[in-house]
Design a protein around this ligand. Structure first.
Ligand code: PLP
Length: 403
């Protein structure tokens, strides 16, 4: 029997991940700018080891945890968000659920809010795994062009005419993939449109703390205040460790019961043991210092890659936009007609990996010349070698393209 005949319709709307494909092609001995993960040497192993030891003896952590997640960690996050001016005054721990990374929250919200045919706004380009979750539930995506200040309100407004939009999904700081940060001015304009047109905002913010320069921005969540039309997603993946699978969503109280019901129906809860270990880690460390250390290290990596790519490949048409933080360098490569073919060639022949930008655009046929490099996992020495390989690949590919 071929069980594939019984796949449901949802599975037909999703496909495999280009990031996994490209990472696999480069192989472990290649130089890979493919995946947006923290560098393993920057994961606080010693402190996490001590945190796990402190929680292992607690019998209550081995029972079924609460659906909303480990309360001390939820309390800690609320206090932290309030101290950082990210939260409206009404936020309390009952308005926060711990999830399996922020992807867990994206899925929970997709599952809760999207009916087939619903219209969702996203940035163009945007984080592709969120698109997968929205599309899986049958959403129809309306892409909003962005510039260096974030989504362009005039473009957004244009798409609202004749369309009943449910929500806007937006990655507000050092966006994946473009590296852009939405300015507070833009946030105010977009919130105003949201109020006038009756949609809500899903604010995804996993990179906020990895700022190398410039001033922190406000959050939509705090700016909306009593209007309560924003759900905020946070994550410890980029500042602690992605393998802990610990993220959260913070939301207005009116959503609590339904979100918990949906959560229960999907996975009951997520492991209290790891949530308690994250809590112990946070309690026991100087988080500000830890984050400053990460930002310092990632800034060196960004600068090394920007410098190396600019000196090797700007003469061959590569243009980069330099982000103020995060994990990603975004650019365009003039004259490349099929970026996927080029990326496969570079990965297989020159053992250097990057992601063709078109996979981040909701609409097919957009962003053919664009390209994403993830610098977080790559040391400055590897970046220099990677940039040299990139140049060789680019030169031979440009020379071999049919005219
Ligand atoms: C914009 C964005 N949102 C969410 C995630 C998911 O992160 P996690 O589920 O590890 O918290 C990522 C991961 O790369 C991301 O780039």
């Amino acid at each position: 029997m071929d069980l594939r005949e019984h796949f449901n319709r949802k599975t037909g709307r999703i496909g495999s991940s280009i990031i996994a494909e490209m990472a696999g092609m480069v192989g472990p001995d290649g130089i890979s700018f493919t995946s947006g993960e923290p560098s393993s040497d920057l994961i606080p192993l010693v402190e996490l080891d001590a945190s796990f030891r402190r929680v292992l003896g607690k019998a209550e952590l081995f029972s079924y945890p609460s659906t909303a997640g480990y309360l001390p960690l939820r309390e800690w996050i609320v206090e932290w968000m309030s101290r950082e001016n990210l939260a409206p005054s009404w936020l309390d721990p009952s308005c926060l659920i711990l999830t399996n990374g922020s992807q867990g929250a994206v899925n929970l919200l997709a599952e809760t809010f999207i009916d087939p045919g619903d219209i969702i706004l996203t940035e163009s380009p945007t984080y592709p795994e969120a698109l997968l979750a929205f599309r899986r539930e049958g959403a129809s995506i309306l892409p909003i062009p962005i510039d260096s200040e974030g989504p362009i309100p005039e473009e957004l407004e244009e798409r609202l005419s004749g369309n009943r939009v449910k929500f806007l999904y937006t990655v507000v700081n050092f966006q994946n993939p473009s590296g852009c940060t939405t300015s507070d001015r833009r946030k105010a304009a977009i919130l105003d449109l949201a109020r006038r047109h009756g949609f809500f905002i899903l604010e995804d913010d996993p990179y906020r703390y990895l700022r190398f320069e410039g001033s922190p921005t406000r959050s939509y969540f705090e700016m909306a205040g009593e209007d309560r039309r924003v759900i905020y997603l946070g994550s410890f993946s980029k500042i602690v460790a992605p393998g802990m699978r610990c993220g959260w969503c913070a939301f207005p109280a009116c959503l609590r019961n339904k979100l918990l019901e949906v959560r229960l129906s999907i996975e009951l809860c997520s492991p209290a043991l790891t949530q308690a270990a994250v809590f112990e880690f946070l309690r026991g460390c100087d988080l500000k210092k830890h984050i400053e250390g990460l930002a310092f290290a990632y800034r060196i990596r960004r600068d090394a890659l920007v410098g190396a790519l600019e000196s090797e490949a700007s003469g061959l048409g590569l243009r980069l936009s330099v982000p103020e933080g995060g994990f990603f360098l975004w650019g365009t490569c003039e004259g490349i007609r099929d970026m996927l073919a080029f990326a496969r060639y570079a990965a297989i022949e020159k053992k250097v990996g990057f992601i063709p930008g078109r996979f981040f655009y909701p609409n097919e046929g957009t962003g053919e010349e664009s390209i994403r490099f993830a610098f977080a996992k790559v040391s400055p020495e590897q970046s220099r070698e990677g940039a040299a390989r990139f140049k060789e690949a680019l030169r031979s590919h440009l020379g071999s393209q049919p005219s």
